[in-house]
Design a protein around this ligand. Structure first.
Ligand code: ADP
Length: 478
């Protein structure tokens, strides 16, 4: 059978530009699929992307996109990086910014226009090339299925992946005209959402298939608690919704090959060298004490309020805590206050890929009290680096981390400490369990060692995507 040809569209791709897990997926999933598909990845060429480092060169294709009578010049670029073919879209409106979507506390005011332009360029690329499937990710390219429906000349099938339903791309009604979109699509069946325009809703309406990043999250988003107002709409389209768990790039996140580490390792004894180096570098005290780390965005979703409330109590235990992240200013302030009072709390306010690897390699436990979590990568990376994650049992966390009380060395799953309710009490109880588990070194080591040996690669999930590509490729146009 012929390999399907796929255009994989993402507003961020590691290592070119990354704000979170989406960039990791857009890096690792196409790679995992590349032996079974002819796959190309396309993203905006933000002005901060280093063209020289990655040898990004003009593709000698430039054209204009017009929306509502205004003309936006666009140039395409390309590069071959680590065997993968990447295409880039440069347009001043989309790319000449300091941030991907806006400063941490807000989005850019013209994001609707920026990403409508992104979607319109994708349409142009689909018209010029014949792909079987376009794999779209998140609201930034959410208009593509609607624009395909409008343009009868495109036969490409659409698969839309929801990485986080709480970011939907919702804008005032007035933007419709600026985007050059016919108001006939402003209906309950398509773009309309409480009187506003919703990009992700249009994608759910018109995509041939919708996936999200874990089976549990696929069920949760059908409920008012996690559906962010789209639970009814998603239930209506449930027959085309599938949850596929994310994997990680096991080359990039491999403790035995990781050049960023003090000492790459494949056993817990060698892992300890990394912990010692990190403890020394941060001037924390007590290499024998358990080291808890938190690595992630400082956002409500990540359970930051819970973490901040619990932190002074955790810090009163014989342990060290290291936090790496960036995000809302109120969380920076609260954390700073706590660290002032507690010398065993170390803060790094940054987005630092290398440091994150060193922290995964040094930590004994990862804290992940997320209120909701579509999939979550940090807990998977942590397990691959021989840590025991402490997670709220929700979404992808419950699919990827099994409770250590049910430990079974024969299971291919990773294990950690899980808690059911996102309350300070439940979280602290889990921390108490962690402290006890750490005392019981033989059991702790057994779990950490097991986690390190698990297969968190894309192998299985990439096959699920491939099956969907093949399934929708065969679908007749209505
Ligand atoms: P998100 O909701 O942010 O996508 P995920 O857990 O799915 O959360 O993915 C987060 C990814 O970003 C992981 O690879 C994690 O290690 C990384 N990450 C998050 N915050 C930082 C940071 N401040 N510095 C470096 N890496 C980070």
């Amino acid at each position: 059978m012929l390999k399907p040809s796929v255009l994989f569209v993402s507003s961020e791709v590691y290592p070119f530009a990354k704000s979170g897990g989406l960039a990791d997926i857009a890096h690792s999933l196409p790679r995992a699929l590349s032996k079974d598909c002819n796959i190309e990845v396309i993203m905006p060429l933000y002005s901060f992307v280093n063209r020289k480092t990655y040898n990004i060169v003009p593709a000698n294709e430039s054209f204009n996109i017009s929306m509502n009578g205004i003309v936006y010049p666009v140039e395409l670029y390309k590069c071959l990086f680590e065997g993968m073919s990447y295409r880039f879209i440069y347009s001043s409106l989309l790319c000449d910014r300091d941030f991907l979507y806006g400063p941490p506390d807000s989005g850019y005011e013209d994001n609707a226009l920026r990403f409508a332009l992104f979607s319109r360029v994708i349409i142009r690329v689909l018209k010029e090339n014949s792909y079987d499937v376009v794999h779209l990710n998140d609201w930034q390219c959410g208009l593509v299925p609607l624009l395909i429906k409008e343009d009868k000349s495109i036969n490409t099938k659409t698969l839309f992946t929801i990485h986080n339903l709480s970011y939907q791309g919702v804008f005032d009604y007035e933007v419709l005209q600026t985007l050059g979109i016919d108001s006939k699509y402003f209906t309950m069946e398509c773009l309309e959402f409480y009187g506003r325009v919703n990009f992700i809703k249009a994608a759910i309406a018109d995509a041939d298939m919708v996936t999200t990043v874990s089976p549990s999250y696929a069920k949760e988003i059908l409920t008012p608690e996690f559906g962010c107002g789209l639970e009814g709409f998603l239930s209506h389209h449930q027959e085309k919704l599938v949850g596929i768990i994310n994997g990680i790039d096991t080359e990039h996140f491999s403790p035995s090959k990781d050049k960023r580490l003090e000492k790459p390792y494949s056993d817990l004894k060698a892992k300890a060298t990394n912990k010692s180096a990190y403890i020394k570098a941060t001037k924390l005290k007590g290499v024998r004490k358990p080291l808890f780390v938190f690595i992630g965005r400082f956002a409500w979703q990540k359970g930051m309020d819970l973490l901040i409330e619990a932190l002074p109590i955790i810090a009163s235990y014989e342990c060290n805590i290291a936090i790496l992240g960036d995000g809302e200013e109120k969380y920076h302030m609260a954390l700073r206050e706590i660290a002032k009072e507690n010398s065993n709390v170390h803060l790094s306010f940054a987005y630092d890929e290398s440091l994150s690897h060193r922290m995964y390699a040094s930590a004994d436990f990862l804290l992940m009290p997320s209120l909701f979590e579509p999939c979550g990568l940090s807990q998977i990376i942590a397990m691959a680096y021989g840590e025991v994650p402490i997670v709220h049992r929700v979404g992808g966390l419950s699919d990827t981390v099994k409770d250590y009380n049910d430990f079974d060395a024969k299971k291919a799953k990773g294990f950690g400490i899980t808690f059911d309710k996102p309350s300070v009490d439940a979280f602290l109880k889990a921390i108490d369990e962690a402290m006890k588990l750490y005392e019981n070194k033989s059991i702790y080591n057994k779990i950490a060692k097991h986690n390190m040996a698990c297969d968190f690669s894309w192998q299985e999930s990439a096959m699920s995507y491939l099956n969907l590509y093949e399934k929708i490729s065969k679908k007749e146009n209505l």
